[in-house]
Design a protein around this ligand. Sequence first.
Ligand SMILES: C[S@@+](CC[C@H](N)C(=O)[O-])C[C@H]1O[C@@H](n2cnc3c(N)ncnc32)[C@H](O)[C@@H]1O
Length: 331
Amino acid sequence: MHDSTFSAALQRRRDWLDAWHSEGTDIYRLLHGAVEGAPGVAVDRYGPILLVQTWREPLAEGALQEWVEQAGQAVGAELTGVWNHREKPIDFERWFPLDALDAHGHELGLQFDVRPRHRGQDPLLFVDLRSVRRRIRGAVAGKRVLNLFAYTCGVGLAAAAGGAQDVLNVDWAGSALAVGRHNAERNDVPDVQRFLEEDCLAAMRQLGGLPVGGRRGKRGRFTRLAPDAFDLVVLDPPRWSTSRFGAVDVVRDYPGLFKPALCCTVPGGTVVATNHVPSVDLDDWLEVLQRCARKAGRPLAEVEVMTPEADVPSPDGRPPLKVAWCTTAAG
Ligand SMILES: C[S@@+](CC[C@H](N)C(=O)[O-])C[C@H]1O[C@@H](n2cnc3c(N)ncnc32)[C@H](O)[C@@H]1O
């Protein structure tokens, strides 16, 4: 990576910084990998933290401190640098000053826990999903929202702030939901969020009125849920996971997720579906969604493709994170 790559990325964002700061956002991407000349590197501001993530080469000696200074000047704040080399577990003692361990940042005026030290490798809030959180916040007043694969419930908090009547966040990771619960408490938003620690396959199939999959006798216990229908369902699965209820496999079996998501959506409601796998072609995936919806008897009236905001650029207009805002046909 060239010496001037980071300063060029900061320069490109110069005009956006004021807009982000004035809307109450201090969580954003400052350098976005290969498309900005830095393969295997992402640099994000998370409030008081400058988080540098590397996937291939480790950072050169002195680079972290230099970037902290450059970024601090550009954004007008004192930042603490944290480096997470994703190839290896984090060396916390070396890279994390103790007072950086408890930190919060802001998005659209909402406060989020952005502690760099926690159980997982991923940051506690994904910057590339801001466009989705923003749109959902503006679309859910008085509505019921189901947030599947909720992680730390960033979407749930945005929905609560947008006046949703009810938000059910589902994830099997209790520690991630705990962050979501804590974020709900620390913000002045209506107390409308519920947090269900459960396998999404079991939860969504029951809510959609479908039989729970997996081998009987091997499934063990799970939370019993009555069929229900939500105005807006967010389906943001990982690439792959497996459990006693079956597999999440967004490359080979997206319909296995999309059909139950459609079944727990009211007619005329919305499913916001994502696919994070770079090798999946957008048009092929959209075709899978359309075909699945027709076969499920829940055809889509409209599908709108969403992209991340300007801090996560994709010059070819085809970002690895694909988001389809799907409106189902009414009745
Ligand atoms: C891509 S993250 C979701 C990000 C999240 N939607 C957000 O807004 O930040 C994937 C999440 O899926 C969860 N997960 C994976 N397989 C699951 C399953 N079968 N049931 C429930 N949660 C699952 C993981 O614990 C993780 O929190």
